[in-house]
Design a protein around this ligand. Structure first.
Ligand code: M6R
Length: 643
């Protein structure tokens, strides 16, 4: 979703901002803009569509300033348009802001500000921020000049009390004005602001929406996402909720705020691992196919070092054996693909550890007062680590006294920082909006968690653990095997490409895989797809089956294989065009399916790790045949930072 970038230093800001915005593109956006200080004024340029469009328009503005802010916008309040794109300017054009998040009381604030004479140029919730800062700034500037006059009259004025040269470490007028403005806001925000009268300065504020700041030899950078920060930065400060930061070309200060008192604090810092952040699609046509092919590596990396001396360890869980033993319920919260990984985990946790496990989409969990006690282990799964609903659910669960364990792909992300313990999925940066390799990382991590819980409850003995771990490790080679030959997938894609709708079915593990397969197809090909537990077909969905209707069945070897087979037959009898994912050696299924995609034999518990791969490939193939944008599907964002 929206992204923020800012730079102040000794280099022209515009190219640095554009480079940062390009790195934010993968998050999804529909307009973009930058504002750069040019002498004593601020020049802002906004465009709808791609960053390339914005970049193409820049030469006519001859931007040379070395301090600026930029933004990619994913429309929430107001259509995608130049007027609604950020940065937004104050009425006199002297202040510019960019904002991520949602201002919930924007309508009320807009009414008050309009009554006070402010003119709004956009439909966005964000624009109220710049007008609030404008009011606060003029009030503070007026008070400061009165103080200066008084000091002059008393002959006490020193250079330190000048409004333009604040004491090192004291907040500037802009920082104070931003802080005052935030006091009126309800909602979530990451804000960067500049004012023409304080050249070379950027002020940032945050509540529930991430911002990181890093220093390089040529200036100071700020971004909403570490991957957008210049490569010249090796360590970032992570702004905490409620903090305000002030950047100039050489340094930055961070303040905590209590009422109208701003106190300088040392921020939390984080070293950047650039290897995990490489966004290069190499020889691949798009990131999605590259990321699908990375899955064997993700499995190996996620498992590395986990099973030593006959025991599984997840030290990051930060729970003692005794604490693990006290867990009497597991509750997994997630959204989208991460939710589907959680559905698989429910089967494993209940099956192996015999601990009741609930799985719930975070947007429901957060609003329904769920039963969570100190003996509940809440597991939050999120690739990006910044999904707004998942974060809200984490906060809620912690207030209720539960231990929260995060599973995320992004180092230092809000999910990682707000959880009691965290497993990183080792997928490395995932660029395609449709999650593939991060799903695999989540599946493997959740499988380890289920095994750990079973181990601590004494439900799985050492020999069983060893065998399971070895079979789990083998899925990496099996995934490689699947990826070697995609001809059957391609034939199935050709058969499905002109359909208007498709149905995915499976049972047990296969039901979760079917859900994820249907989501992938919808996301990248815009073909309507539904997933049902196969046993539900007769209760309604079978009415949709007509000759040629694509039915994609996950029919791998499992205790319910025969049941799935009869569900396939029922659909086939009614004319469905059946694509089946089946286990190598299963030739019987050919009698009932039009297309069979075989995958290596694997224990049912691990089958989602391999069975999803042909469905990911199928979704991408169909999308290509339908001429869709593979990596950036319409309307979608990589990080869903608003609810
Ligand atoms: O970053 P998260 O895992 O929290 O994101 C959750 C969903 O937004 C995400 O999985 C979404 O469904 C993907 N586009 C799926 O491909």
């Amino acid at each position: 979703m929206c992204g923020i970038i800012g730079y102040t230093g000794n280099r022209p800001a515009a190219p640095i901002l554009i480079e940062g915005l390009k790195r934010l593109e993968y998050r999804g956006y529909d307009s973009a803009g930058i504002a750069v200080e040019e002498g004593d004024r601020i020049q802002s340029v906004c465009r709808t569509g791609k960053i390339a469009e914005l970049e193409r328009s820049l030469p006519q503005f001859h931007l040379t300033g070395s301090c600026g802010i930029g933004h990619t916008r994913w429309a929430t309040h107001g259509v995608p348009s130049e007027a609604n794109a950020h940065p937004h300017l104050s009425c006199d054009g002297s202040i510019a802001i960019v904002h991520n998040g949602i201002i919930e009381n924007h309508a009320e604030l807009r009414r008050i500000l309009e009554e006070r004479g402010h003119t709004f140029l956009s439909q966005t919730d964000s624009e109220v921020i710049v007008h609030l800062i404008e009011d606060a700034y003029s009030m503070l500037a007026f008070e400061a000049s009165e103080d200066d006059d008084l000091a002059d009259a008393e002959g006490k004025r020193t250079p330190h009390t000048s409004t333009s040269e604040m004491l090192a470490g004291e907040p500037s007028l802009l920082a104070q004005a931003v802080s005052m403005a935030c006091g009126f806001l309800i909602g979530s925000w990451a804000i960067c602001a500049m004012v023409a009268s304080e050249p070379g300065k950027i002020v940032c504020a945050r509540k529930e929406s991430p911002l990181v700041i890093g220093r390089a030899a040529t200036g100071v950078h700020v971004a909403s996402d570490v991957s957008a920060i210049s490569d010249a930065v090796s360590e970032v400060a992570v702004l905490a909720d409620g903090q305000i930061a002030e950047l100039d070309a050489r340094m930055f200060n961070v303040f905590s705020v209590a009422g109208d008192v701003m106190t300088r604090v040392n921020p939390e810092t984080m070293k950047l691992d650039r290897r995990a952040d490489v966004a290069d699609r190499g020889q691949y046509a798009d990131f999605m196919i590259k990321e699908i092919h990375e899955q064997p590596r993700v499995i190996r990396d996620t498992l590395e070092g986990r099973f030593d001396g006959g025991e599984l360890t997840i030290s990051e869980l930060a729970l003692t054996h005794e604490e693990l033993n006290l867990i009497d319920r597991v509750c997994i919260i997630a959204c989208g693909t991460s939710y589907h990984a959680a559905l698989v985990a429910k089967n494993l946790i209940e099956g192996w550890a015999r601990i009741p496990c609930e799985v719930e989409v975070a947007s429901e969990f957060r609003y329904r007062d769920p039963i969570v006690t100190p003996s509940t282990l809440v597991v939050a799964v999120s690739q990006s680590g910044e999904t707004a609903d998942t974060l809200a659910a984490i906060r809620d669960a912690r207030i209720k006294g539960a231990k929260v364990f995060g599973i995320t792909n992004v180092l230092g992300s809000p999910v990682a920082r707000e959880s009691d313990g965290v497993i990183y999925t080792k997928a490395n940066k995932e660029v395609a909006v449709a999650s593939t390799k991060s799903f695999t990382g989540q599946l493997v991590s959740l499988t380890l968690l289920a095994m750990l819980l079973a181990q601590s409850k004494g439900r799985l003995k050492q020999a069983q653990m060893r065998m399971l771990f070895s079979e789990l490790s083998n899925t990496a080679a099996q995934a490689e095997e699947i990826l070697k030959d995609a001809d059957d997938v391609h034939r199935a894609a050709l058969a499905c490409k002109d359909a208007r709708s498709a149905m995915f079915i499976g049972r047990g593990m296969g039901a979760a895989v079917a859900e994820e397969g249907a989501l992938k197809l919808k996301e990248v090909s815009y073909l309507h797809a539904e997933a049902y537990p196969a046993g539900e077909m007769k209760h309604g969905p079978i009415a949709l089956i007509e000759p040629g209707f694509p039915l994609i069945a996950v029919a791998t070897e499992s205790p319910t294989y025969e049941k799935v087979l009869s569900n396939i037959q029922e659909a086939k009898t009614r004319g469905a065009m059946v694509v089946a994912i089946a286990t190598e050696g299963d030739e019987r299924i050919r009698e009932h399916a039009d297309h069979v995609i075989h995958i290596p034999k694997v224990r049912d518990a691990f089958s989602p790790i391999t069975a999803i791969i042909p469905l990911q490939l199928l979704a991408r193939d169909i999308a290509l045949l339908r001429g869709c944008n593979i990596d950036q599907p319409r309307n979608l964002a990589k990080s869903v930072t608003v609810e």
